[in-house]
Design a protein around this ligand. Structure first.
Ligand SMILES: [Zn+2]
Length: 320
């Protein structure tokens, strides 16, 4: 695990959206999205506490004062999406935090999130990866209700309850540009895999609440909005949304089939599941005509082989 990571420069998109590299794990791995309207700003996903100075720097470059930030919107409470929420709110006196009802208490009292992370990464690595996690004051929280609309200074944001990756996950549709801020609900797509066939995308089945049926439902619901583009936390803007949605649904089916086969054979342990995830991804990368050296492909994806396998394993156990 690297101790530091030099982030990519911020990427400006149409409609007042900027992808900011959160400097988590490696460059181009995790983002926070800045949305600006009429001089006001919102952050959708926060990165970790260690990402906060990077977000502040982009605001400064855009000459937006901290008082003009009115919304901080972690799509779910996994720490690469919400870890920086408390630290950001300390910087922005006028901001509220918009969070799923199932996630709110974990940000008010992050003890459980921290303990869970230490259990996976150990104490030292947890500090290196996430810094100090700061609680969010309860009175600054707004709950993201399904199909509610948030008036972001004249711009309508539609909030959707979107389980599948996690039960505490909501998504944001900017109704003006018809684009989606998906958090982890519309998979992961690293820009390194972009080629003449477009983006390479796959579902993220992280522990401990991965639910393939809910994920499938959520994907179909999101696709029903005929979106122009999706802003992924991992990583940045993708278009050709219908095609990518079908890729995600197809890959999800393969992952489930692989897992159930292994289980039937009594071989559904972590190593086998991770190998299964890798085989499926490799296969799909070949169809994508990926020309990156195999070793580099594995470097980019090894984290996801492992995390996806863990989440699938937890689901299989729960499913008994
Ligand atoms: Zn997540």
């Amino acid at each position: 695990m690297k101790e530091s990571c030099i982030p990519l420069p911020p990427i400006d998109h149409p409609d007042g959206v900027t992808t900011i590299d959160a400097a988590y794990v490696r460059p181009g791995f995790a983002a926070s999205h800045l949305l600006v309207e009429n001089g006001y700003a919102a952050f959708i996903d926060t990165g970790t506490t260690l990402s906060v100075p990077l977000l502040l720097k982009v605001l400064e470059e855009k000459r937006i004062t901290p008082e003009k930030v009115t919304h901080v919107m972690p799509t779910h409470v996994h720490l690469d999406h919400a870890g920086g929420a408390g630290a950001l709110l300390q910087e922005f006196p006028n901001a509220v935090l918009v969070v799923h009802s199932r996630g709110a208490r974990h940000l008010i009292d992050p003890a459980k999130l921290i303990a869970g992370t230490i259990a996976v990464y150990g104490e030292e690595n947890t500090r290196k990866l996430y810094g100090t996690i700061i609680p969010v004051p309860e009175e600054r929280i707004i709950i993201a209700e399904d199909e509610s609309r948030l008036d972001f200074h004249g711009r309508s944001l539609l909030l959707l309850d979107t389980p599948g990756h996690a039960r505490h996950h909501y998504s944001v549709i900017d109704e003006r540009s018809n684009t989606l801020f998906s958090g982890d609900n519309f998979g992961i797509s690293y820009r390194e895999f972009d080629n003449e066939n477009g983006a390479f995308i796959f579902p993220t089945t992280t522990p401990v609440q991965f639910d393939p049926e809910a994920m499938q439902k959520t994907l179909k619901r999101l696709l029903s909005y005929k979106l122009q583009a999706v802003y992924l936390t991992h990583f940045g803007r993708v278009t050709n949304v219908e095609k990518l949605g079908q890729d995600l649904l197809g890959c999800l089916d393969q992952l489930v089939e692989m897992a159930l086969d292994l289980k039937q054979q009594g071989r559904a342990e972590q190593t086998q599941l991770a190998a299964g995830v890798r085989t499926i991804f490799k296969d799909r990368l070949r169809s994508h005509n990926c020309q990156l050296p195999e070793k580099f492909q594995d470097e980019l994806l090894v984290h996801d082989y492992q995390l996806n396998a863990q989440g699938i394993g937890v689901w299989l156990e729960r499913k008994v």
